[in-house]
Design a protein around this ligand. Structure first.
Ligand code: NAD
Ligand code: MG
Length: 403
């Protein structure tokens, strides 16, 4: 549609993970903004893992130069779905990295999981502005990614609604005047459930989030509250505020997306309806603003905002994440990888809901008995920690399945 390939002023955009929940919202927003003449852009690349039909549909609509599908076996399917166009096609993990390495000014990093790390790093190393949804890549490799962004001179623009909220009210010139970051959490679908109820929770129940519509993995993370644990680690990498000053607060209405408290007692918050097109729009236009089609807040309808402390007994993932960020080194990457394996096993019916945190805790304890580097400063160190945790987690899942 609006891909003016010859334009010199248009912004070049790549969407990594375009077929996912964030990717679809990003393209929807781009279509909306372009339709109103708000943003002139040309698409450099789109990527997906397996969903050829949607990727091809998006490509025909937005006319990128390059599309990549992660699953190598789907190359021919994608090629034939795009026959008659001049769009270049790639397949396999290397093609996803190539998509990220191609010349775009703004890259939406919306692949789920540590699979997004290498592509996101490629885009960062090129100096692109990174709209970062893929929180797992900061959890497992925060030092590596933030160093790459700094060195190449791009901006790291958080898409995650909490971090985007903080980003909008954070005084980066005076971080020492900030006393607390308060990350809000909806509490997920099991906020009021007992441990006994949670012990029989099904994947369908876990992905039925009360406020947000999201991909399966992050929905399960929201049910265990591991999502908020990952976000704690993510925040510690994005903002120069120590993790000990980052708190988690359950706020079931998801109206306040997070808050910053200053030393004088002022608390600044960003509010909005739970629609990811608002934070995505803020990263797209940053430091300007652009209209978004998201619904406006109707305060009279919202009427009541409530808050409660998270329950560490029912949601042990929060403690595991806090411990991991305190220990540093291999632990955040270990936490992330073990959780990814456990969530996938749960979604496939091979693991019980409460065992997601159980497996993750087990893997962290196993890894604690070995000596790892104090900080993970190279990609190789991250990959080694990630793979070791995946191996241990797969063993722990198999042991529980056999029991
Ligand atoms: P999703 O599952 O809906 O989409 C994931 C995307 O990544 C898809 O396009 C998929 O094809 C691609 N992908 C998956 N595995 C891949 C692989 N191995 N190689 C290449 N591509 C792969 O997930 P989502 O909900 O859109 O979330 C994406 C990221 O954004 C996650 O890190 C999530 O935590 C974060 N996030 C999402 C939301 C939300 O509202 N959905 C909010 C905040 C943060
Ligand atoms: Mg979030």
């Amino acid at each position: 549609m609006n891909a003016a390939k010859s334009s010199k002023t248009a912004r070049r955009i790549t969407v990594l993970g375009s077929t996912g929940s964030i990717g679809v919202n990003t393209l929807d927003l781009l279509g909306f903004a372009a339709g109103r003449g708000e943003v002139e852009f040309e698409l450099e690349a789109l990527t997906a893992n397996k969903n050829v039909a949607l990727l091809a549909e998006q490509a025909r609509k937005f006319n990128p130069r390059f599309v990549a599908i992660g699953d190598e076996a789907l190359r021919d399917d994608l090629k034939s779905a795009l026959s008659g166009t001049d769009i270049e096609v790639g397949a396999g993990p290397a093609a996803i990295e190539e998509a990220a390495a191609r010349d775009a000014d703004w890259v939406m990093a919306a692949i789920v999981g540590a699979a997004g790390l290498k592509p996101t790093l490629k885009a960062a190393q090129r100096g692109a502005d990174i709209a970062l949804a893929n929180k797992e890549c900061l959890v497992c490799a925060g030092d590596v990614v933030t160093a790459a962004v700094k060195k190449a001179g791009g901006a790291l623009l958080p898409v995650d609604s909490e971090h985007n909220a903080i980003f909008q009210v954070y005084d980066f010139d005076r971080p020492h005047r900030i006393s607390r970051l308060i990350l809000t959490a909806s509490g997920g679908p099991f906020r009021t459930w007992t441990r006994a109820q949670m012990s029989t929770a099904t994947p369908a129940q876990a992905v039925a989030h009360p406020n947000w519509s999201m991909g399966a993995k992050i929905s399960v993370d929201s049910a265990t509250l591991m999502n908020k644990g990952l976000e704690l680690i993510e925040a510690a990498h994005i903002f120069p505020t120590p993790h000990s000053q980052i708190e988690i607060l359950v706020h079931p209405q998801s109206v306040i997306h997070s808050m910053v408290e200053y030393v004088d007692g002022s608390v600044l918050a960003q509010l909005g309806t739970p629609d990811m097109r608002t934070p995505i729009a803020s990263t797209l236009a940053w430091p300007d603003r652009t209209p978004s089609p998201s619904a406006r807040l109707d305060f009279a309808k919202v009427a009541t905002l409530t808050f409660e402390a998270p329950d560490p007994e029912r949601f042990p993932a929060l403690r595991l994440a806090r411990d991991s960020v305190e220990r540093g080194g291999v632990f955040p990457a270990t936490l992330n990888a073990a959780n990814e394996v456990a969530v996938e096993a749960f979604l496939n019916g091979r693991l019980k809901f409460l065992d997601i945190a159980g497996v993750t805790e087990h893997v962290l304890a196993e890894v604690q008995r070995r000596n790892g580097p104090a900080r993970l400063t190279t990609l190789e160190e991250v990959v080694a920690a990630d793979q070791e945790a995946r191996r241990l987690a797969a063993e722990a899942v198999a042991a529980r399945a056999a029991a």
